[in-house]
Ligand binder design. Structure first.
Ligand SMILES: [Zn+2]
Length: 268
């Protein structure tokens, strides 16, 4: 019975695969997406409600205003660019939201529906709009590049989760929820997501700098920001930097994409 289920899953997966090739905007990288954006958005909405139910919104109005303003500026610039260049599918299912929550955690994350959360703990090191834009651009880039969907799809493809899920008794929705939680590490520790692969991190760095430039922010603060982080990472736990390891290669990669990103800046 179990093998039949697995075989059906394999067949179903193969069928879906044919129709589920995506392409990341600007970078042009082809990707495998097994879930519909509607499914991803609905799972992300559930996760957002759960995380926010256990969090307290920041009362620091200056921080909240700065984070929202940077988020809105970047997403407006992206929307203009996407419409002018035919990348509309990147925005499908995005429900942009920008929050700051009370927590000492040095962290920020973006759910695959475009809900972005900064923790108060990261605000001392993102003290200006340009520095907020470095983190914001990177997080928005993960969403635009559909890294969440790709990651869930990979979890299914590597088989381990696929088999566990196919054997798992539950509704289709419960199975998808389980894949979502495995893919993001949610459930173990709310709001602390598993690190993305190096490939996804580099792509989010590149795309993040490009969209930050589109919105007119100073991309030249980025290498210094990541260098500062790599210098300060031994010490208190810094969640953002444990899931975003900042090493010499990452900084070299960021330096290398600055000239490309600069071309997207609005003419002065
Ligand atoms: Zn990242």
């Amino acid at each position: 019975m179990k093998t039949i289920t697995s075989r059906i899953l394999v067949i179903a997966t193969t069928i879906v695969l044919v129709a589920a090739c995506g392409q990341v905007m600007i970078t042009g990288r082809k990707q495998m997406l097994l879930f519909s954006q509607g499914e991803i958005t609905s799972l992300s909405n559930q996760a957002y409600t759960e995380i926010m139910g256990q969090s307290k919104l920041s009362s620091n109005t200056r921080h909240v205003r700065m984070v929202r303003e940077v988020g809105q500026n970047i997403t407006s610039a992206v929307e203009r660019y996407v419409k002018a260049n035919g990348f509309e599918s990147s925005l499908e299912g995005m429900e942009w939201k920008f929050d700051v929550v009370e927590s000492d955690q040095v962290n920020a994350f973006c759910l695959p529906n475009g809900n972005i959360v900064f923790y108060e703990g990261i605000m001392p090191i993102t003290s200006t709009p340009d520095l907020v834009a470095v983190v914001m651009g990177h997080e928005i880039a993960h969403a635009l590049a559909k890294h969440g969907n790709e990651r869930m799809s990979q979890e299914v493809l590597v088989g381990a989760v696929g088999q566990a899920i196919s054997a798992y008794i539950g509704t289709e929705d419960q199975k998808k929820q389980a894949i979502f939680q495995v893919a993001f590490g949610l459930g173990s520790q709310l709001g602390v997501m598993l690190p993305y692969s190096r490939k996804h991190e580099y792509e989010a760095d590149r795309l993040g700098l490009i969209i930050m430039a589109m919105a007119g922010y100073d991309i030249n603060v980025a290498p210094g920001f990541w260098e500062k982080m790599s210098a300060g990472k031994s010490g208190a736990p810094m969640e953002f930097f444990s899931t975003h390891p900042s090493d010499a290669n990452r900084i070299k990669n960021i330096m290398a994409v600055l000239p490309e990103a600069a071309k997207y800046a609005p003419a002065k």
